[in-house]
Design a protein around this ligand. Structure first.
Ligand SMILES: [Zn+2]
Length: 258
């Protein structure tokens, strides 16, 4: 990792979130990754004054144009960029960085360069907490797995970051909903379970902003009761923690619960 050293020095200094605005950097592969699983939690955090930065590596051009199609495949990258902007606005996310890597091919990207890219955003935004995908990639999508691996590696290099969270679905929920397409994790690995009922409408607005993607999951046309079971509670693992005292997530989410 020799060529990463230039990015490391500025992010190694320790800082406490008590003396700085709490900031979470969420790192994903496609427009909509920020919304469908963690969107309610991001909205709750933003509402509590946490600065949310979203870094998305692709425009999602390999995704659906909708059924019936809402645009041509050529138009899809620009359409999904606008959908992402609208979803982030709905969730209260102030800052979005959308990169132009090729959807479906992130595993072929230069790993060191991708980690350096994340570290340069870390350096600029100084988050205390990172959020990304775990090794399961949630849906098993290779792009999700790649981004999760790069983020975990970036966490190891950025000594000022307190905790790394990953979006997760507990085994018991996947079984209760018979969701075989979800790569669930054992219940005991869940570090945070967040009831997002107070921002349910906000999350629905953000989900609907991703209009081209509404037909790609059977869950999107499921009855509301079933949707609430799956989308209404959000789960996170915390695979790495450097300083639990500086990890503001549990305390902020408890506050928003009251
Ligand atoms: Zn995705």
């Amino acid at each position: 990792m020799g060529n990463l050293s230039a990015f490391l020095a500025p992010v190694t200094k320790k800082r406490s979130w008590l003396s700085a605005k709490p900031c979470l950097l969420a790192i994903f592969a496609h427009p909509d990754d920020e919304t469908f699983r963690p969107g309610g939690t991001l909205a709750l955090l933003a509402w509590q004054g946490v600065h949310i930065e979203v870094l998305t590596f692709t425009h999602g051009e390999a995704g659906s144009c909708g059924d019936p199609p809402l645009c041509t495949p050529d138009e899809l990258p620009a359409v999904r960029e606008r959908e992402l902007q609208a979803a982030c606005a709905a969730l209260g996310i102030q800052s979005l960085r959308l990169l132009e890597y090729i959807d479906g091919h992130l595993q072929e990207a230069d790993r060191k360069a991708m980690i350096a890219q994340i570290l340069s955003v870390v350096n600029e935004t100084q988050p205390q907490v990172l959020l990304s995908f775990g090794p399961d990639g949630l849906s098993g999508h290779p792009d999700h797995i790649a981004v999760g691996q790069w983020t975990a590696e970036a966490f190891r290099h950025a000594e000022g970051i307190s905790a790394l969270y990953t979006v997760a679905v507990p085994q018991s929920l996947a079984e209760a909903l018979s969701m075989r397409q979800v790569h669930a994790v054992p219940d005991e690995t869940i570090a945070l379970a967040v009831d997002i009922s107070t921002v349910w409408e906000t999350k629905l607005t953000a989900m609907r902003a991703h209009a081209t993607q509404m037909s790609s999951s059977p869950m999107m046309s499921a009855p509301e009761e079933r949707q609430r079971l799956f989308f209404g509670q959000e789960y996170f693992a915390r695979p790495a923690v450097r300083s639990a005292a500086d990890d503001f997530l549990p305390a902020v989410l408890v506050r928003s619960d009251q």
